[in-house]
Design a protein around this ligand. Structure first.
Ligand SMILES: C[S@@+](CC[C@H](N)C(=O)[O-])C[C@H]1O[C@@H](n2cnc3c(N)ncnc32)[C@H](O)[C@@H]1O
Length: 252
């Protein structure tokens, strides 16, 4: 099937005028112009190929591949096979990360039903199971079911902060990982700036100097371009879990 080509255009804005969570674009379809925010995930996933065309072709996002490659390198250095791990992919979307993971089990979770539907439509092979739930409000039955997967690796790519995955959701997923398990996630570079006092920034800075996370790899790289063509730099972190995130470290 030939993928649908969408007619995407970006607004004229002053450089840096829009925060990442305010960014939007126009879509011309059926003779009409639709305005969509980057965070209108349900609308984006509903249109086959739009997510890929917007973030991966136009805005040159490289993060799923980058995360996969650094995770694989760290695992190799530690004599661990990715194919032996049971991965939870938090903020799985339409499966861009899941499809790269040649792991024993890959479990996806996303808050948006349209994400699962898009994944089933476009990458039905990516996950062994896909949960639609808000990880910050995980019910006991789903938590118990997720625990039965015996997760020993958490991936969370292009999904932390900026109105996406909040601190309690990340902590919940992190705490499902068995001690000694692995994690790879990325975050905008400003989260590590001293001036950033957001809950997520505090959590990550706390983890970096804690006994909870053993950091194996921290690298600054170009995640993607902004709508005005500027590079957006992120850090990718690979670490090994050494304990749970305690409630005191979790602030939304
Ligand atoms: C930018 S997408 C990233 C998708 C994919 N990881 C990728 O790299 O292409 C962020 C995803 O996080 C999901 N998300 C946001 N808040 C969430 C929550 N509380 N629990 C689970 N998923 C959430 C969104 O629905 C969205 O699909």
């Amino acid at each position: 099937m030939t993928p649908q080509i969408h007619n995407i255009s970006f607004p004229v804005t002053e450089p840096g005028a829009l925060d990442q969570d305010q960014a939007y674009f126009y879509l011309r379809e059926n003779g009409e112009q639709v305005r969509l925010r980057f965070h209108d995930y349900a609308e984006i996933y509903r249109r086959p190929g739009l997510y890929e065309q917007l973030f991966y072709q136009r805005l040159r996002c490289i993060s799923p591949r980058k995360a996969h490659d650094v995770l694989e390198k760290v695992l190799k250095d530690n004599h661990v096979e990715l194919s032996s791990l049971r991965v939870l992919d938090l903020g799985a979307g339409n499966g861009m990360v899941g499809e790269l993971l040649d792991a024993a089990r890959v479990i996806g979770v996303d808050i948006v039903e349209e994400a699962r539907a898009a994944c089933e439509r476009d990458r039905p092979h990516a996950y062994d199971a896909y949960y639609v739930t808000d990880m910050s409000r995980l019910d006991a039955a789903t938590a118990a079911e997720m625990k039965r997967w015996q997760i020993d690796c958490l991936t969370c790519i292009a999904a932390l902060g900026f109105g996406d995955i909040p601190v309690p959701a990340f902590a919940q997923a992190f705490n499902l990982v068995q001690d000694g398990g692995w994690t790879v996630f990325n975050l905008k570079e400003t989260f590590l700036h001293e001036s950033d006092r957001s809950g997520f920034s505090r959590l990550v800075k706390g983890l970096l100097v804690s006994d909870i996370l053993e950091v194996h790899h921290l690298e600054r790289y170009r995640h993607r371009l902004s709508i005005d063509g500027r590079p957006l730099f992120y850090y990718v972190l690979v670490g090994r879990k050494r304990g749970d995130i305690p409630p005191g470290m979790v602030r939304a």
